[in-house]
Design a protein around this ligand. Structure first.
Ligand SMILES: NC(=O)c1ccc[n+]([C@@H]2O[C@H](COP(=O)([O-])OP(=O)(O)OC[C@H]3O[C@@H](n4cnc5c(N)ncnc54)[C@H](O)[C@@H]3O)[C@@H](O)[C@H]2O)c1
Length: 343
């Protein structure tokens, strides 16, 4: 059998103008030079074509400005480009926004996923990778450091965001069970790296500190997250796309658990700043205490493991990227795009 890099493929990637999607597009074009990619993105406040300026003229790349809830646009895109694989990233992704208004989360994350699955089924798409999150498992107690989420951990989402993502996961798996669709689901921990919208904690803190502003630290700061470099995540998704078993779920994690206190103090240390830059703020409603991923299945089954996520090096490199790319993030902080609240 020829190696995967020799297999010509046309992927439709939803949400390719967002943080992880844009990194994935760039990564796949580098790693699989014979593939073509169609980026299907509605350009919400989180979608940004400035994430893709280096590949926008690549003949292997096409952009479609459309909404995943638009059935005709999705069907047309799949047919026009002879797509044979879908990687579905597009989602409303920020927990705090889902607490303020869950409407767009239900609409895009659940109905949008249903539209994508229906369209892919009708077009006989050979492979559908649904990008999920570890947040669907709910939370682990801080003191039980022996516990981690496995793929068998019951789904118990706690925020409107994670509830909408859990519904989308369940739909994707149901389409595999009911219709025999070749669907694979991934569930990843917190990502960090270049091109992350500066509402998420790492780019928010780093860009605040570059501007001499304090960083808002939720509650007691003891909440723990597992941090994975976005390119490690992209590599895992490519492995799942090429070699994951249909109907399976794959957890993806960095084995890199840190409390928000540790995260904040590490950023301050790298940026040579003191603790007076911390501004404690009222905790997020329903703030999950701890997420931790057991990624043994993808390591064993697909021979993937993170190689770019180790701190402090990976965090130093990420902070350096935001220092060097002020032209990228400053417009997002100073004049954010208005948020469209409904479909
Ligand atoms: N960021 C993380 O740490 C993380 C961790 C695990 C899983 N995930 C999942 O990965 C995926 C991507 O996350 P991200 O952080 O890159 O998100 P993001 O918010 O940076 O990007 C989302 C993208 O989806 C697009 N989009 C939103 N609604 C759309 C719609 N209705 N139609 C078409 N496009 C639409 C946006 O324009 C944007 O380009 C999401 O499904 C998220 O749940 C993210």
């Amino acid at each position: 059998m020829s190696p995967p890099s020799q297999t010509p493929r046309t992927l439709l990637v939803t949400g390719g103008a967002g943080f992880i999607g844009s990194n994935f597009l760039r990564f796949v074009l580098e790693q699989r030079p014979t593939w073509r990619i169609v980026n299907f993105d509605a350009l919400t406040y989180a979608g940004n074509l400035a994430n893709l300026t280096d590949i926008e003229d690549d003949p292997r790349y096409a952009f479609i400005h459309a909404d995943i809830r638009d059935r005709e646009a999705v069907a047309q895109a799949l047919a026009d480009h002879s797509v044979d694989g879908v990687v579905h990233f597009a989602a409303e992704s920020h927990v705090d926004r889902s607490i303020m208004d869950s409407g767009p989360f239900l609409s895009t994350n659940v109905i949008g996923t249903q539209v994508m699955l229906d369209a892919a089924r009708q077009a006989n798409i050979a492979r559908f990778v649904h990008i999920g999150t570890d947040e669907v498992y709910g939370e682990l107690p801080l003191e039980r450091t022996d516990l981690k989420f496995t793929e068998e951990t019951p789904i118990q989402p706690n925020s409107p965001y994670s509830a909408s993502k859990a519904a989308a996961d369940m739909l994707a798996l149901a389409y595999h069970h009911t219709f025999g669709m070749n669907v694979v689901v991934t569930r990843c921990s917190n990502n960090f790296g270049p091109y992350q919208y500066p509402e998420k904690v790492i780019p928010l803190f780093v860009t605040n500190l570059i501007d001499g502003k304090k960083v808002p630290l939720y509650g007691d700061g003891k909440n723990v997250r597992d941090w994975l470099h976005v390119i490690d995540h992209c590599e895992a998704i490519l492995a799942v796309l090429e070699r994951g078993l249909p109907g399976e779920v794959y957890n993806i994690g960095g084995n890199n658990e840190r409390s928000n206190n540790e995260l904040t103090r590490t950023i301050l240390k790298i940026m040579a700043l003191g603790e007076e830059m911390i501004q404690p703020v009222t905790d997020r409603l329903g703030h999950d205490r701890r997420y931790a991923i057991d990624a043994a299945k993808i390591k064993r089954g697909l021979n993937w493991q993170p190689t770019r996520s180790a701190w402090p090096t990976a965090l130093e490199q990420t902070i350096a990227w935001y220092r060097d790319h002020e032209h990228w993030w400053r417009p997002l902080k100073e004049k954010p795009k208005p948020v469209k609240v409904s479909a």
